[in-house]
Design a binder for this molecule. Structure first.
Ligand code: ZN
Length: 380
């Protein structure tokens, strides 16, 4: 017989009672991963926290628990995080939520059915959000009744035996790849009504599922960009974009592109293919609103993790480090290295657009204020 524990019972066992959790409905049944399984938990999350009810402010606080090292962890669902994930223009059922695990801010990603069927994790939780400067992060990957939780710390450089990588070089768009008069002309309409779309091409050598790429490389970036847009809205009464869209696209030439080699030369060749794709597929709208990114398994050469045109449309990023895609998108939105920084807050972290990556340092998962301003100026 299935036993349903209440939130109150679990909290008693936790020993500490969070005011946040207590304020929610203690009489409600608490689903647990061990007893109910991830599929049932996901169905409940989708039913109570769907985008429509969240927008209408009708979503109710809700939580579930899982066990890690003999202790209960309670995942408290805070709000739906607006992001539309697409495959070749068709929406996928991948959704993101701001959550708390016990007391810590975290992000929850629910996979698409396609990815779950392919044997990927069906739910993923990651720390920290953009406000957490701690060096340690954890990732929890859920299958039906099992959670695999790993703790990630910056590695000691002596164990790695190298000083670190220069991320990339800042590059201007070559003359022949600049936006046409027509593409610049479309800028006229209000930015608040337009989505910001990142067209992502997953290279054939990338093994990760779409859901897992979204979780690792984009979920925290989406949260950060939504925060930047909300900050802008406070003083200007309009957001920076109507919505964020990440659209995974299929193109055999781009997905099998030989990206290894001299990075500037490789990006120029890739950009020609992306431009061809854009034209053939009728992707219209401002060049400021449509960005094209190839995600690769390996680096472009021994020292280059990614490369992008400054304020431009085309980029590539290796999937080794979770800040690289956001770094290259940051360049396309006109962010710069000289506005980035290493920040100390109990531990050193590199802000997204910092020029170098050293293993000892953590990733901040946010742009500095100077780069936030540059990005805001570009998008507004
Ligand atoms: Zn850079």
């Amino acid at each position: 017989m299935k036993q349903l524990r209440t939130a109150a019972q679990v909290l008693t066992r936790l020993g500490t009672i969070s005011a946040l959790v207590v304020s929610s409905n203690l009489a409600a049944e608490l689903l647990t991963l061990e007893e109910n399984g991830a599929t049932q938990i996901m169905a409940k999350i989708r039913a109570t926290m769907s985008g429509e009810t969240a927008k209408a402010g009708e979503s109710v606080p809700w939580e579930f628990s899982y066990q890690q090292d003999g202790a209960d962890k309670i995942v408290y669902l805070d709000s739906h995080l607006p992001l539309t994930v697409k495959q070749d223009g068709e929406p996928l059922d991948i959704s993101l939520y701001r959550v708390k695990v016990n007391h810590d801010d975290a992000l929850l990603t629910l996979s698409s059915e396609e990815d779950a069927d392919a044997g990927g994790s069906i739910m993923m939780i990651g720390y920290p959000g953009a406000t957490n400067n701690q060096a340690t992060r954890f990732h929890a990957n859920f299958s039906e009744h099992i959670v695999l939780e790993t703790e990630v710390r910056p590695e000691h450089p002596r164990q790695i035996g190298e000083e670190g990588h220069k991320i990339d070089i800042e590059l201007n768009t070559p003359q022949e790849l600049l936006p046409t008069e027509n593409e610049i002309g479309i800028l006229g309409t209000s930015s608040a009504n337009q989505p910001l779309t990142i067209f992502v091409f997953k290279h054939d050598d990338v093994q990760e599922t779409v859901s897992s790429l979204i979780h690792e490389h984009f979920s925290w970036w989406v949260k950060h960009m939504n925060d930047i847009s909300e900050e802008y809205r406070k003083t200007n009464h309009v957001p920076l974009f109507s919505e964020l869209v990440i659209d995974f696209r299929t193109d055999s030439t781009i997905q099998s592109f030989k990206y290894r080699g001299e990075p500037r030369e490789r990006l120029k060749e890739l950009a020609k293919e992306m431009r061809r794709y854009k034209k053939n597929n009728g992707i219209l709208g401002s060049f400021k609103r449509n960005k094209f990114l190839l995600m690769t398994e390996k680096m472009m050469d021994w020292k280059t993790l990614g490369i992008a045109y400054q304020g431009g449309e085309y980029a590539m990023a290796a999937d080794d480090d979770e800040q690289v895609a956001a770094h290259e998108i940051g360049h396309m939105l006109n962010g710069r290295h000289d506005k980035a920084d290493v920040i100390y807050n109990g531990w050193w972290c590199e802000s997204i657009l910092y020029w170098q990556h050293i293993f000892l340092r953590a990733s901040c998962h946010y742009y500095t204020d100077a780069n936030k301003d540059a990005i805001t100026d570009y998008l507004k």
